[in-house]
Ligand binder design. Structure first.
Ligand SMILES: [Zn+2]
Ligand SMILES: [Zn+2]
Length: 344
């Protein structure tokens, strides 16, 4: 059985890996699809991000769909052959944040494919993996490609929860990569009013349009694209900042109306922001990090057809072509979501 290890920047290697038999409460899974995420790309291109760097080889990957191969003792509700979406979120359930009902803030989180702790938490880009049955959400009726999108969709649903009531609200989304586009889908599902999408590439804005954004603004073509929305005290109720670019955050702050809410999802390092309008317009800045219970919600919303993120998938490549897959995923002019196919 093979797994995809990152040894450092631009150094990926396919190597053998063992998956033991499933213990009590566990299942052995045969991985079918794995989506390449922004964090995987940071490890691939730079060996990490900010203070988080690879200090030992780490299996990448946390967006997977798999087939149940074998059940451990005491597992119910799953059967061999079931397609499942696998949550990479493994909180301890015992620290004070878990006990407060904030499992995504767990002190001892073992999130797949993360170099934040040391030893690093090994990821899920492998042909077989033993997981807790509680991580597996049955995805019958979905294809493996969509089931593997439950993870990024959960990130967007958590952000929508952080934003609070969206019913009829004017929403601005800056940065239309996979998370920005999924935030548009999630905001629409939560009843948002008019959604305006901002990016520096028309191609990304095309995906935002497909997701249901009513207005598309290219700030590379027109630096003042938000001028009208920023007149007076601004006009948007909620900003989902998904680019991690300081300029986008500053422009969004200028376009938010008094008491507007900023949900910051984009993460590319430290940012400076104009604090005076935050004070004067009484804006609220809210972080949004990962998810937990939203994972099952994401699968349910896809299964009943309320959200279909399938159009985000631009490329699927076999595991053996991991090099080409990571190169494609790194090139935003070609790719939106790239998945690896682990079959065979
Ligand atoms: Zn992800
Ligand atoms: Zn915990």
């Amino acid at each position: 059985m093979k797994a995809l290890y990152a040894h450092g920047a631009r150094d990926l290697r396919l190597a053998d890996c063992e998956a033991g038999p499933p213990g009590p409460g566990e299942v052995l899974l045969r991985v079918r699809r794995g989506g390449i995420c922004g964090s995987d790309l940071h490890y691939y291109n730079h060996g990490g991000f900010g203070a988080v760097t690879l200090r030992e080889p780490m299996i990448l990957g946390h967006e997977i769909a798999a087939e149940v191969a074998e059940l451990g003792a005491g597992v119910s509700g799953l059967a061999a052959g079931d397609l499942v979406a696998v949550s990479p979120s493994r909180p301890c359930g015992a620290c004070r944040h878990c006990l407060k009902g904030l499992p995504n803030q767990c002190e001892n989180m073992r999130f797949y494919g993360s170099a934040m702790p040391f030893p690093h938490i090994q990821g899920a880009f492998r042909q077989e993996i033993v997981a807790l049955a509680s991580q597996c959400v049955p995805a019958g009726g979905l294809d493996a490609a969509r089931a593997a999108m439950a993870e990024p969709l959960s990130v967007a649903l958590h952000a929508v929860r952080r934003a609070g009531d969206l019913l009829g609200r004017r929403v601005l989304v800056t940065g239309c990569g996979p998370i920005g586009v999924l935030a548009i889908l999630a905001a629409r599902a939560a009843g948002a009013g008019e959604i305006t999408a901002v990016d520096v590439a028309d191609r990304a804005l095309g995906f935002a349009e497909q997701a249901g954004a009513a207005r598309l603004l290219n700030t590379a073509a027109d630096r003042d694209a938000l001028a009208e929305d920023s007149r007076g005290k601004g006009s948007f109720d909620v900003l989902f900042e998904c680019s991690g670019a300081a300029a986008a955050l500053a422009a969004g702050i200028g376009a938010l109306a008094p008491r507007g809410v900023i949900v910051q999802l984009g993460m590319s390092g430290e940012m400076t922001l104009p604090i005076l309008p935050v004070i004067a317009k009484e804006l609220e800045i809210r972080g949004s990090f990962r998810f937990h219970e939203e994972f099952a919600v994401a699968v349910a919303m896809m299964r009943d057809g309320r959200i279909d993120p399938g159009f985000l998938l631009t490329d699927t490549m076999p595991l053996a072509e991991f090099g080409a897959a990571f190169e494609t995923a790194s090139d935003k002019s070609r790719a939106m979501k790239v998945q690896l196919d682990f079959a065979g």
